[in-house]
Design a binder for this molecule. Structure first.
Ligand SMILES: C[S@@+](CC[C@H](N)C(=O)[O-])C[C@H]1O[C@@H](n2cnc3c(N)ncnc32)[C@H](O)[C@@H]1O
Length: 264
């Protein structure tokens, strides 16, 4: 598979999207991080991090975007925190945020498939949140890289939208909810729609690609990459800003999950 065809297109698309996000956020996190110890992470994942034990752990945050979650991990007591992201503009913003907030975190602009070997065996925890995995054209290859980055017995934590949500068209937010897409879709989504999920400003984005992975793809991928599943929890709350309408509908759909896996 020509990974670069996908990841380079996605880099361009994320660079286009960032100014819309920045406008919508209007410096929100620059202000919030003025408060010492501020964290934007919700109580559910914070509790999970407490259970794992975050204090002093060296963390790689993959797909860190603007760095707000990376800084939050540091403020919650992590050791070395490094965010990795393919978007030049996201990484610039993350560096500015860390500098302004005086929270010592490092940021590396890289395609996740090209993380330099110097980072191998360097982390106790890999942290991945909302909406990063669907940007990856090759899940198995990615999980092997994740394993490489971790020290022995290191932990990988994924907090993401439940793949079940992929069955709905996120543009159609009105009832009745119709499942239009296959849960088992294999081909990439080829899209030009706006990536501004903060303010939903419509704009014609350059072509970008995302991918559907089922829970079994993720769990079996981890097992094949020599991870053991430590904990898997599903939730009925939306963490994406895209599926709040499903949450409000109330029948208890699986909208997000946390998966904790350990490197054997
Ligand atoms: C939906 S955003 C979510 C990021 C983060 N969880 C957040 O909430 O801010 C996905 C991020 O993945 C990054 N990304 C996409 N493909 C990537 C790749 N191949 N390597 C590194 N980062 C990538 C994008 O630049 C973007 O910042």
């Amino acid at each position: 598979m020509d990974l670069k065809k996908y990841t380079e297109a996605n880099r361009i698309a994320w660079n286009e999207a960032m100014p819309y996000h920045q406008k919508a956020k209007d410096g929100k996190f620059f202000k919030a991080f003025q408060a010492p110890g501020y964290s934007c992470l919700d109580e559910i994942v914070t509790e999970k991090l407490r259970e794992i034990g975050l204090a002093g752990k060296d963390v790689a945050h993959l797909g860190c975007n603007d760095g707000r979650e990376t800084l939050s991990l540091k403020n919650l007591g992590a050791g070395k925190c490094i965010g990795f992201d393919i978007s030049d503009i996201a990484v610039e913003e993350a560096r500015r945020l860390a500098e302004t907030a005086r929270v010592p975190c490092g940021f590396v602009r890289t395609d996740i498939y090209e993380i330099p070997e110097i980072y191998d065996n360097s982390f106790d925890l890999i942290f991945i949140t909302i909406g990063f995995l669907p940007w990856l054209p090759d899940l198995k290859r990615f999980l092997k890289i994740a394993s490489r980055l971790l020290r022995k017995s290191g932990i990988l934590l994924i907090y993401d939208s439940h793949p079940f949500t992929q069955m709905f068209n996120s543009d159609k937010k009105d009832e009745p909810f119709i499942m239009t897409e296959s849960y088992f879709r294999k081909e990439p989504w080829v899209e030009n729609r706006s990536l501004d999920y903060y303010s939903n400003t419509p704009y014609e984005a350059s072509t970008h690609y995302d991918f559907s992975y089922t829970l079994s793809d993720i769990i079996n991928g981890l097992v094949s990459s020599h991870f053991e599943i430590i904990r898997f929890d599903e939730y009925d709350h939306d963490i994406s800003l895209c599926y709040e309408y499903l949450q409000k509908a109330g029948p208890g759909m699986p909208l997000s999950y946390i998966l904790v896996a350990g490197k054997k």
